[in-house]
Design a protein around this ligand. Structure first.
Ligand code: C2O
Ligand code: CU
Ligand code: CU
Length: 481
């Protein structure tokens, strides 16, 4: 039922945004959708996945259809799942009419297998790759990394999850029944044109701030309702958005347990009632939802009114969304393990490096040119190696943001620990990470050990994970030798 206030609000919203055509409330027929699980063809510890990058048509809203991209399905990718110790063989066929790639985000692997800009797959081409999974249980993901096109291709749907299990994670008494009490939650905001196509980079703010949208989808569904048979569920949250940072909480402020970050399990569950999820970050949480409870996961920007005015003037639109609703159906009380895993510590530091994230203001920015974003004063060049790193070495990287907006900084091939930043390090930032949000005028230091893969000819990337920044220069290359 619509209250009078809500009704007036919705009329005002419609008047302000003539394209606002989306239902405001939760509709019980918007069922939570679980991406199909793909376990591959297994022979002992060898698993083979056959993937197809394909195009299709998706129906996100009743009134129109949207052309989309996906992996083995119309929109987004199937969820891949394998074990630590497995050797995975992946055959990827590119069935779309543009060059693309698939990058295994968060995976420790040889540079040739990384799926970055140096492993493009032409239309009708096939890329066969293989690597051994050497890291602990984690929620990783995969997505297009095509040079200058990553933002557009991920926006169209080229992204999916890659789950790793290990002996310890299987022994722990955590919800782990995929689609039953263990749910992927891929959060993405999108903007639509009147004809149903995705609206991509149609304004100056989209180019500067990154592409944001005015609706939020979860696994490709707007405001889904998840009815759960189990009272304790695990949500594997992925911010699969191009640019938006989410400030997540439940509408009733309920406390949940954070159990994992980008790189896998935390040492112990951490209780919290909110968390910040920057683009490309993953966090796993356990939520108790009992019969009769119907909590709503929401995003509420903490911005002060003045900042909100600013970003509205920049065309950023509203910064408050209901994301999904959970409907509890069980009364059973389920216990949560107290101890999850023991993290290795770092004893020595072999090398320190500094990175400065910069945005050029003035004409270059305004013209939306290719070189508006840089790292250490340089814009991405596929023919230039920016850093040379010794295999197996432990390094500290200090990342300084000298620009006016926050940038989620991502490093390929490693999982790092944050060792210092402006505020206290808490919540999922205590765990292993492959992305860290660096605020304006902040320096964040991270420590990591590079795996023993070496290849002087094939670089890995480090970059801002606001995909429009990455595509327009805020990316560099390193080799491990
Ligand atoms: Cu999520 Cu370089 O990528
Ligand atoms: Cu990556
Ligand atoms: Cu950025």
């Amino acid at each position: 039922m619509l209250s009078r206030r809500k009704f007036i609000q919705s009329i005002v919203a419609v008047a302000l945004l003539p394209t606002k055509i989306f239902a405001q409330g939760f509709l019980s027929y918007n069922k939570f959708k679980v991406p199909r699980l793909e376990l591959g063809r297994r022979q002992g510890k060898t698993v083979t996945f056959d993937l197809s990058i394909q195009s299709g048509v998706s129906q996100f809203f009743a009134r129109f259809k949207t052309p989309t991209l996906g992996i083995n399905q119309n929109f987004l990718g199937v969820t891949l799942r394998a074990n630590k110790g497995d050797t995975v063989y992946i055959n990827i066929k590119n069935n779309i009419n543009q060059t693309s790639t698939l990058h295994w985000h968060g995976m420790k692997l040889p540079a040739k297998a990384d799926g970055g800009p140096h492993q493009p797959i032409k239309p009708n081409g096939i890329w066969q790759t293989q690597f051994k999974i050497i890291q602990d249980a984690a929620t990783l993901w995969y997505h297009s990394h095509q040079i200058h096109k990553t933002g557009e291709q991920v926006y169209q749907g080229l992204a999916g999850l890659f789950l790793i299990d290990d002996e310890n994670s299987k022994k722990l008494n955590l919800p782990s029944d995929y689609g039953k009490d263990d749910f992927p939650v891929i959060i993405q905001d999108r903007k639509f044109n009147q004809n149903g196509t995705f609206a991509y980079l149609q304004s100056m703010p989209d180019r500067i701030m990154g592409q944001k949208g005015d609706v939020v989808l979860v696994n490709g569904v707007h405001k889904p309702v998840l009815k759960t048979q189990k009272s304790l569920i695990r949500l594997r949250l992925l911010n699969g958005s191009n640019a938006r940072v989410y400030h997540l909480s439940f509408n009733d402020n309920r406390v949940f347990s954070i159990i994992a970050s980008d790189g896998g399990l935390l040492e112990q569950p951490i209780k919290s009632n909110q968390l910040v999820l920057a683009p490309a970050e993953r966090v796993e949480i356990l939520v108790e939802v009992f019969q009769g409870e119907t909590p709503i996961l929401q995003h509420k920007s903490p911005d002060k009114p003045r900042q909100m005015m600013m970003s509205r003037m920049m065309g950023a639109g509203k910064d408050y969304f209901n994301i999904m609703q959970i409907v509890g159906q069980s009364k059973e009380k389920i216990a949560i393990p107290k101890q999850l895993v023991k993290h290795k510590t770092f004893s020595q530091i072999n090398q320190k490096r500094r990175f400065s994230l910069q945005m050029k203001m003035g004409p270059q920015m305004m013209s939306g040119g290719k070189n508006a974003f840089s790292i250490n004063g340089k814009t991405m060049d596929m023919n230039r190696i920016d850093e040379v790193i010794k295999a197996g070495s432990t390094e500290v990287w200090e990342i300084t943001n000298t620009s006016m907006m926050a940038h989620p900084f991502h490093i390929h091939n490693v999982q790092f620990k944050i060792i210092s930043r402006r505020g206290v390090i808490k919540g999922h930032e205590l765990g292993f990470k492959d992305v860290v949000l660096v605020h304006p005028n902040e320096t964040v230091a991270v420590i990591m050990q590079f795996p023993q893969f070496s290849d002087k000819n094939t670089p890995y990337m480090y970059h801002c994970h606001i995909l429009e920044h990455e595509d327009r220069g805020m990316m560099g290359q390193f080799v491990v030798v």
